[in-house]
Design a binder for this molecule. Structure first.
Ligand SMILES: C[S@@+](CC[C@H](N)C(=O)[O-])C[C@H]1O[C@@H](n2cnc3c(N)ncnc32)[C@H](O)[C@@H]1O
Length: 279
C-alpha cells in the first residue's frame, strides 16, 4: 500500500478518535483503544495523577516508554507519533524546566488535543510539532532520547523512520520505544487478521526484523523484549466480527503478537587521532 494512502487512512482514523475524546471522554468505536487488551492498564495511577483526563482517556499506546528509560533533568526528548500527549507530559515532568520535550504528530485534530492537554497541564517545556516520523522536522543531533508508543508499526517506511531517528539523536542518544511486534513466521492470511486486530492499518515488524533494521540504520545494541504476549482469546471477538473462522486459525494466531520494548543507542562519536587509529 502506498505511503500516502496509509497516511491518509491513519490521519482519518486518529482524527476521528481525537474528536471523539472531546465529545465522549473516551476514544470512540475503535479496535485499538478503550478497553482493548493492547491499550489497557499501561500506566500506574500514581503516574497519571495530575494529568488532564483527556490525555489519559486518549492513551492509545501499547506500553509505557517513559518507564523504559532513565530521563535526567535538562535532557531533550522526542516522542514519535505523540497522539494526545500522555508520554510527552510524563517525560516533561522528568526532564524538568531545563529540559524540553517535543511531540511529533501528523494529525491536526490530535495536535489540537495535545496542545489543549499541554495548556491544561501547564507544561511550558513542551512543544508539539506537525510532521511525519519519516521526515522529522528537527536538526541533526538535537535530541537525547527518542520515545514512541505504538506508532512505528503504522509506518509504511520503517527504514526511513529509523534513519531519521538516528539522524536527530545526539551521539550516545537513546532509543526507547514501545511497539507491537509479530513473533516468528506468520502466513499472509493470518498476518492480515493480526493487522486487522491491531486495528490501525498496522504493519507490525517481526521481532528480528526490528533488530536488523535498527542495526542497518546505525544503532548499537538493539534489543526487542516482548512483555505482553497476546492469546487468541484476546482477539476472538474482533476476529470473529471481521468474519474470520477463529477456531480454524487459532493455533496460528495464539502467541504470535506481542507488545514489546525496543531499545537501542546511537554510538558515541569517534574521536579521530590520525590515519591509523580510527578503525
Ligand atoms: C496509536 S496512536 C498512539 C498515540 C500515542 N503515542 C499514545 O501512546 O497514545 C498513533 C499516533 O501516531 C500518529 N501517526 C501515525 N503515523 C504517523 C506518521 N507517519 N507520522 C506522524 N504521526 C503519525 C497518529 O496521528 C496518532 O496520533
Amino acid at each position: 500500500m502506498s505511503t500516502t494512502r496509509v497516511q491518509d487512512a491513519v490521519r482519518e482514523k486518529y482524527g476521528e478518535i481525537a474528536r471523539s475524546v472531546g465529545a465522549s471522554g473516551c476514544c470512540g468505536p475503535t479496535a485499538c483503544g478503550c478497553g482493548d487488551p493492547i491499550t489497557s492498564n499501561l500506566y500506574a495511577s500514581s503516574e497519571t495523577e495530575g494529568l488532564p483526563a483527556e490525555a489519559v482517556a486518549v492513551s492509545l499506546g501499547c506500553g509505557n516508554p517513559t518507564a523504559l528509560i532513565e530521563l535526567t533533568p535538562g535532557e531533550t526528548v522526542l516522542d514519535l507519533g505523540s497522539g494526545g500527549g500522555i508520554d510527552v507530559l510524563l517525560s516533561a515532568k522528568r526532564v524538568g524546566p531545563t529540559g524540553k520535550v517535543y511531540g511529533l504528530d501528523m494529525t491536526d485534530d490530535m495536535l489540537a488535543l495535545a496542545r489543549e492537554n499541554q495548556r491544561k497541564a501547564g507544561a511550558a517545556n513542551v512543544e508539539f510539532l506537525k510532521g511525519t516520523i519519516e521526515a522529522i522536522p528537527l536538526p541533526d543531533q538535537s535530541v537525547d532520547v527518542i520515545i514512541s508508543n505504538c506508532v512505528i508499526n503504522l509506518s509504511v517506511d520503517k527504514d526511513a523512520v529509523l534513519r531519521e531517528a538516528f539522524r536527530v539523536l545526539k551521539p550516545g542518544g537513546r532509543f526507547a520505544v514501545s511497539d507491537v511486534v509479530i513473533r516468528g513466521e506468520v502466513a499472509p492470511e493470518i498476518r492480515r487478521s493480526l493487522e486487522l486486530w491491531v486495528g490501525c492499518v498496522a504493519g507490525a515488524l517481526r521481532d528480528e526484523e526490528y533488530v536488523s533494521k535498527l542495526r542497518a540504520a546505525g544503532f548499537a545494541d538493539p534489543t526487542v523484549e516482548a512483555w505482553r504476549v497476546y492469546r487468541v482469546e484476546d482477539a476472538r471477538a474482533f476476529l470473529a466480527g471481521a468474519g474470520l473462522d477463529v477456531d480454524r486459525i487459532a493455533a496460528d494466531v495464539d502467541g504470535r503478537i506481542a507488545s514489546a520494548f525496543i531499545r537501542a543507542r546511537k554510538p558515541e562519536a569517534k574521536t579521530c587521532c590520525g590515519p591509523t587509529c580510527c578503525s
